[in-house]
Design a protein around this ligand. Structure first.
Ligand code: FE2
Length: 388
């Protein structure tokens, strides 16, 4: 048996259409009379952030909006948000948006009670004090950030992504309201949907997968198998959107407690070098990384294929693995996920020039160490080439 493992979860998770309307009730229950809504300019433009602010005010919680979070949020975004929090004398953060807004909101809430450069908190469990409470409201399905103890903040001086993992980053409340995802554009639905699938798969095949995380991982995979193509083809398919919102949250719970693996390890350098958004870079890499990793955990991947609904219980492990590889390639085709070389701004010369650094950065992140096969740098380069 492996070592004892910790399982972190938001204190309260509210799911279903209209769940975000409970923001005020939960903020008041947590004892806050003033809140800061943290979001990005896009979500502000949709009116969603103002609706959340109004829900807060209706419950007697004074609220203002901070909307300066950029995609791939930086330490400067966190500092500006912290300033807004202090100016408002807010006692709770309500983060609304995709992974970037939620990650920034988590760090702002924690930074309130933890002075010092954010790089001090990089890595595992290095945040000394609890922050102010956080309510997380995802608008994509998704990163699963609403359910995790992880935040990724860019160090704007060093141009690196700081990964910070700590139980103090877990939101007090997650409001998982699929109605907020109905207006997601088709390409975003595809990219974050495959990212969700990646969370389920990586959590399930991870060296840290355990009996607490496995049911969430397999449920996430099954929901994606039955609903992602539907949500992509018909954005207002409420049943499919509701299922994908649950899948994203379950995927977040699974990977935050079992770790991600090689896909995420290789994905972050693509973000750092080319600015490829998180979901897209994972989607681009998932088929090639799975082909590489299959032999390291054939039974696990066969179970993934069955959960996805593309292999039957009677199929051999080898057949199920083949079907999984076929399905991941077909899924990317069906959802029009481009190849790496087709991404805007990704030039072959830059790709070749950065390959060695991307491979060593991927290894340094630690995630590849959880993979069913732990690769050498040269193998990571080969996988990048395969995805090219
Ligand atoms: Fe992810």
């Amino acid at each position: 048996m492996s070592e004892p493992q910790k399982f972190d979860l938001p204190g309260t998770i509210v799911t279903g259409g209209g769940a975000s309307a409970a923001a005020g009730e939960h903020a008041a229950r947590l004892g806050a009379d003033r809140a800061l809504v943290v979001t990005d300019p896009y979500i502000l433009s949709t009116g969603i952030a103002e609706r959340i602010r109004d829900h807060l005010r209706q419950e007697g919680v004074e609220a203002e909006i901070f909307s300066e979070v950029q995609s791939d949020p930086t330490d400067a975004n966190v500092a500006a948000g912290l300033l807004a929090l202090e100016e408002q004398e807010a006692r709770i953060v309500v983060a609304v948006g995709g992974g970037s807004a939620l990650d920034a909101g988590k760090m702002i809430a924690v930074a309130k009670n933890n002075p010092g450069p954010l790089s001090d908190f990089m890595g595992y469990h290095r945040i000394p004090h609890a922050g102010v409470p956080l309510i997380a409201i995802p608008t994509t399905a998704g990163t699963g950030s609403e359910a995790t103890r992880v935040t990724v903040i860019t160090d704007s001086a060093a141009h690196t992504k700081m990964m910070i993992l700590d139980g103090k980053l877990v939101p007090a409340v997650a409001l998982v309201d699929y109605e907020l995802t109905l207006t997601m554009p088709q390409s975003l639905t595809a990219h974050v949907g495959v990212d969700t699938l990646t969370h389920g798969i990586e959590a399930y095949v991870s060296a840290l997968s355990n009996p607490m995380t496995e049911p969430y991982a397999l449920s996430c995979i099954g929901l994606v198998g039955r609903n992602l193509r539907r949500a992509w083809a018909a954005p207002d398919d409420r049943e499919a959107r509701a299922a994908m919102a649950i899948a994203a949250c379950q995927g977040g719970i699974a990977f935050a407690n079992a770790s991600v693996c090689l896909v995420h390890g290789m994905s972050r350098p693509l973000g750092a070098v080319f600015g490829v958004p998180h979901g897209l870079s994972n989607a681009v890499l998932l088929p090639a990384v799975t082909a590489y990793s299959l032999a390291g955990a054939p039974e696990r991947y066969a179970t993934v294929a069955r959960a996805l609904g593309i292999a039957r219980p009677g199929d051999s492990v080898a057949d199920a693995g083949e079907r999984l590889l076929d399905e991941l390639a077909r899924l990317n085709q069906d959802l029009q996920v481009p190849r790496l070389r087709e991404l805007p701004g990704v030039e072959e010369a830059t790709f070749e020039a950065n390959l060695a650094k991307m491979a060593s950065d991927a290894l340094a992140s630690g995630s590849p160490a959880r993979n069913p096969i732990v690769p050498e740098a040269s193998e990571i380069e080969a996988i990048y080439r395969q995805a090219w």
